[in-house]
Design a protein around this ligand. Structure first.
Ligand code: PMP
Length: 360
């Protein structure tokens, strides 16, 4: 016999992550270049490594459950009160808390398609219905999203910039959307890639949070800050909505090393700025290289590029992988290629050229 499985969970097909690819590529016997997960190619900043080393000796103790020092650093940086900041073990944990606190069976969670692959799982785990609204011209179709709102809509994700297409929506357009929909719907502005857009602090989401009690901004240390392996993210909203999100919070989920590293990373403004500048240089290099190969890539303000390859996405990514360049297929839409350092990007461009030749 089998245990009873709760409705919603019974529909989830367990995702079994592949083992990390090691060794040498099938074709060419080259080391693998990991460009599938939008990670930073840079090792943690020396100041961050030092901060981690300083707290290793305290790992017999639980982490600060209130995450006060990190939240205070974030609140100061963002110029908001402490009560407006929540921290979690990656921004996805905070997304899960937000969805569990607002959506149950029969409720609707809306997001765009294609957008971040984690959103459908949140709906399933909450037992809620996922409502997917296709992008229009590669960007969020906020008219269609507003029209799709029903009296069961409880939460809406706007991924800005959007993973995987890199598209952005203007602040005023998002604000008009917020004003169009019921104000008891939680609007989650997922700004995982916001730092790459220019100002690493002042984001569209932050400006909306100041004026709307139902909006939250989700940020992470996994991308620009390069701390994906530590799992730390944060959420900003007005105090009442932050309190709602924190009701589904599991204590101690942000570990001691993550808290110390995030504080150090926030402090090292010059270190972050230098890396953001390098990502901008690499972005121009990769977009230019892809265009020279005849690929119609759009401008992006993120750490990844998007190839609109439609039904060929899976085959293209598989072939790239055989050459040792790991990229993310998102069939039936396209392929996402994370920006690496110069060496990785040269490999990626040369491999795209080789693989494209076999596709024509
Ligand atoms: N949102 C988006 C749009 C993402 O791309 C990702 C990571 N790929 C996340 C959230 C999750 O980030 P974290 O590592 O903070 O959980």
């Amino acid at each position: 016999s089998m245990v009873h499985v709760r409705p919603g969970i019974d529909s989830i097909k367990l995702y079994v992550p592949g083992r990390a690819t090691t060794g040498l590529s099938e074709i060419g016997e080259l080391p693998y270049v990991p460009l599938a997960s939008n990670e930073s190619p840079f090792a943690p900043l020396p100041s961050v490594v030092k901060a981690i080393e300083e707290v290793v000796g305290k790992l017999n103790r639980y982490p600060d459950p209130g995450v006060y020092a990190l939240r205070e650093a974030l609140a100061a940086e963002l110029d908001v009160p402490l009560a407006q900041v929540a921290v979690g073990a990656g921004s996805m944990t905070l997304c899960l808390q937000a969805v569990l606190s607002t959506c149950g069976a029969g409720d609707e969670l809306m997001f765009a398609s294609p957008s971040y692959e984690g959103y459908p799982l949140l709906a399933s785990v909450a037992g809620a219905t996922a409502v997917k609204i296709p992008l229009r011209d590669g960007a969020h179709d906020l008219d269609a999203m507003a029209e799709a709102v029903t009296d069961r809509t409880r939460a809406i994700f706007i991924c800005n910039p959007n993973n995987p297409t890199g598209s952005t929506v203007e602040a005023q357009r998002i604000e008009r959307f917020v004003e169009e929909v019921r104000d008891d719907i939680l609007i989650l502005i997922d700004e995982a890639y916001a730092e790459f857009m220019g100002d690493p602090i002042k984001t569209v989401g932050l400006s909306l949070v100041r004026r709307h009690a139902n909006v939250v901004s989700l940020r992470t240390f996994s991308k620009a800050h390069g701390l994906a392996g530590l799992r730390v993210g944060y959420l900003v909203g007005q105090p009442a909505v932050v309190e709602v999100v924190q009701r589904s919070h599991m204590p101690f989920n942000t570990n001691t090393l993550a808290q110390a590293a995030a504080i150090a990373s926030l402090k090292d403004r010059d270190g972050l700025a230098a890396r953001l500048a390098e990502v901008r240089t690499e972005r121009a290099f990769v977009l230019d290289g892809l265009r020279q190969l005849g690929l119609p890539v759009r401008d992006t303000f993120t750490n990844f590029a998007w190839l609109d390859l439609g039904d060929q996405a899976e085959a293209f990514a598989a072939e790239m992988g055989r050459h040792g360049v790991l990229v993310r297929p998102l069939p039936p839409h396209g392929v996402r290629i994370t920006l690496g350092d110069r060496v990785a990007n040269e490999r990626a461009l040369a491999t795209v050229a080789t693989v494209l030749a076999t596709f024509e």
